[in-house]
Each structure stands twice: as C-alpha cells, then as structure tokens.
Write a protein that binds this ligand. Structure first.
Ligand SMILES: [Fe+2]
Length: 176
C-alpha cells in the first residue's frame, strides 16, 4: 500500500527547508585516490582494464557529489585499454592526470596527455583509449549528475546501439 504523500506545507516551512546545507571545505588526497583507483581495477563493473571511483562529500547527502550540483569521478585505464562508445545526458569534463591517449567525441579525435582538459557534452558519443603499451592513464572527470538526476533527465545509451535507458526509472545507477 502506498503511504499518504504530503503535498503542502507553509511557505515559512518551505523557505526553511529549502536552505541547502553548507558544504564544508574538504580535500581528497592524491595518494588515497590513486590507491583506491588501483583497487578498482580488480572490480569487473566497468570491464577489465578499467577502474572508476567517485569522490563524494558527505555534506551533499544523497547527491553523492563533491558539491550539491557537481560530482567527480577518477578513472584509470590499463595500457592499451579502450572503452566502448557510449553517451549520457550528464556532461563530462575530463582532466588528464597521467598518461597519454585519445578520445573520440562525436566523431572528433582529441589526443591527450597529462595536464590536458577535454569536454564531452551531454549526449555526445564518446570513447577513451590509452595508447601507451606500458603506462596507465589516469584522469579526473567532473560531471553534473546531481543536477540531471534531480531533474529526472538522466539517460544513457551504453554502448551506442544498445537500448536507451532512463537511469532513474530503471533503477540503474551505472554511469560510465
Ligand atoms: Fe562517459
């Protein structure tokens, strides 16, 4: 049975509840991030040769972001690793920390190395490839998942050609 839903409140209460919590300063240390990334390689969630972790700030609650509107993931690719083309409605702004390779974004090849930044806009088709035969590639990716998730507009097609899925409706939280 469905519980009754509360559908009104006083404006005073609304204003009070609409205040979002202050997000305290926080630092995520590279040595901790890198250790977790290496561990994530052993999980087969994203496929062999790739690992991803999410940096989260406790103060963002169920947004699981680094701020109430932005989230951040760190990704690692083993030498020669290439993921499948896919797309999603959250944007992905990536900052290369280590390694070299390329990404193909809506048919455009962008070659990257440490320090470079590239963006995959919402719903752009993209894939990443570590071209080194010996070195891992690591990068940070800033996304707006908390926003598109709250707006109910978080969709994914992964890989390209697979059925498009509404991530929330399908209770499917994967985001590559
Ligand atoms: Fe992606």
């Amino acid at each position: 049975m469905n519980e009754p839903k509360r559908d009104m409140m006083s404006y005073k209460e609304f204003l009070e509840k609409s205040k979002k919590p202050y997000v305290r300063p926080h630092i995520w240390k590279w040595k901790d991030i890198e250790a977790k990334l290496q561990e994530s390689l052993s999980e087969d969630f994203m496929g062999d040769g790739r690992g991803t972790i999410a940096l989260v700030h406790e103060d963002t609650g169920e947004s699981y972001g680094v701020s109430p509107t932005m989230n951040m993931v760190a990704q690692i690719f083993e030498p020669g690793e290439r993921n499948k083309p896919h797309r999603h409605t959250n944007l992905a702004l990536s900052i290369i920390v280590k390694g070299e390779g390329y990404s193909i974004i809506d048919g455009e090849k962008v070659e990257w190395e440490a320090g470079d930044v590239f963006i995959a806009s919402p719903w752009s088709e993209h894939e990443h490839c570590n071209t080194s035969e010996t070195e891992q590639a690591l990068f940070y990716t800033i996304q707006d998942v908390p926003v598109v998730s709250k707006m109910g507009t978080w969709f994914r097609e992964s890989p390209i050609g697979a059925p498009k899925s509404h991530i929330i409706k399908n209770q499917d939280k994967e985001n590559s």
